[in-house]
Design a protein around this ligand. Structure first.
Ligand SMILES: Cc1cc2nc3c(=O)[nH]c(=O)nc-3n(C[C@H](O)[C@H](O)[C@H](O)COP(=O)(O)OP(=O)(O)OC[C@H]3O[C@@H](n4cnc5c(N)ncnc54)[C@H](O)[C@@H]3O)c2cc1C
Length: 307
């Protein structure tokens, strides 16, 4: 399974595969399991149909020019405005490489600032995704700067990285939003726990820290971004024994994954959002979804033979 995961993650970085795979109908059929459509309108419609809070993110990672990052910023501003008009409970999540991080840290920080300003006037929230370790330091730096000017922002952190426990200690005093996930990229054993059980255990330790009295007193908005039922039960149990009410816990899961667990979490009285992705540049993102559960490759094969 580890070998298949590595192959899929290596494939996610292949431009050659991306250019071909996205043209095939069977691949488009397979991806629709995790994505209601390629357009923002379809993502908004899915938010309405779900009747739950959502987080929207436009797919696409490394860009070709700074001008493209300005277009992405304008796109997200339109999204914030349309969400405001729709009166739906929708937040957004962005990748800093989409805001131009590969070209200039300053230009990226400026784009984020523009976005955050609009989000503030519309009383909305902007999440920042965490990408591969090539970007971790820059992402933390830009996030810290944004957070010093805006309260309505949160950052994703990954439990597979050894460094995350120390990073979390620097984020807690900021009272920031912190979305804890396991991590979806190909990372070397010098940087990330190679064994899943260690990633899971670190996730739980970090969750305990994010629910600590100190973190709550600082105003940390902790999000648990996972579909792992064992971890979710452990976190619920921990929160109960710490005397927290169910709505002190907030979970987020990806569209189309473990729907029964999504409903159970809502029924248990926890806060909950579905993260919905959209956009034509879905290939690397979809390969990471396959790598998370290599059995998903069977669905792709089935789509190949479906009419
Ligand atoms: C809201 C949200 C935001 C995220 N943001 C980021 C980010 O910014 N940076 C980043 O690196 N990663 C991000 N991720 C992805 C994350 O790092 C994991 O790769 C992903 O969530 C799978 O891990 P898991 O916690 O669900 O646990 P796992 O142990 O991988 O999965 C637990 C169970 O969930 C189900 N499951 C999980 N993934 C799939 C799948 N793809 N298809 C079908 N079933 C599946 C399976 O039943 C599996 O047994 C995000 C995830 C979520 C939910």
């Amino acid at each position: 399974m580890n070998l298949l995961r590595s192959i899929l993650l290596a494939g996610s970085e292949s431009r050659w595969l991306r250019d071909r795979a996205t043209k095939y109908k069977f691949a488009q059929r397979a991806v629709s399991r995790f994505m209601p459509g390629e357009t923002f309108e379809e993502a908004l419609e899915a938010s309405r149909a779900l009747g739950l809070g959502t987080v929207l993110t436009q797919l696409g990672e490394n860009l070709r020019s700074v001008e493209e990052s300005k277009q992405v910023t304008r796109h997200y501003i339109t999204v914030l405005e349309r969400v405001h008009e729709s009166k739906l409970d929708v937040e957004i999540s962005v990748k800093l490489t989409q805001l131009g991080l590969d070209f200039s840290r300053e230009a990226c920080a400026e784009n984020l600032h523009t976005l955050m300003e609009r989000a503030k006037t519309l009383v909305n929230w902007v999440w920042i995704d965490m990408e591969s370790t090539a970007y971790t330091d820059a992402t933390l730096d830009i996030f810290r700067r944004a957070r010093s000017a805006f309260a309505n922002t949160g950052l994703c952190v990954q439990s597979y990285l050894y460094r995350t426990a120390a990073d979390v200690e620097t984020l807690i005093p900021l009272g920031a939003g912190i979305r804890l996930v396991k991590g979806a990229y190909r990372e070397p054993p010098e940087k990330a726990f190679p064994h899943k059980k260690d990633v899971d255990e670190n996730y739980f330790r970090l969750a305990e820290r994010l629910l600590s009295q100190e973190a709550r007193a600082r105003g940390v908005r902790a999000i648990f971004g996972t579909h792992d039922p064992i971890l979710i039960r452990r976190i619920e149990e921990h929160a109960r024994s710490a005397g927290l009410s169910p709505d002190a816990l907030e979970f987020q899961m990806l569209y189309g994954i473990r729907r029964q667990e999504q409903l159970r979490v809502v029924e248990a009285g926890h806060r909950f959002r579905v993260l919905i992705s959209y956009g034509a540049a879905w290939f690397p993102w979809y390969m990471r979804r396959l790598a998370e559960r290599p059995a998903n490759v069977l669905f792709v094969l089935r789509s190949l033979f479906a009419r």
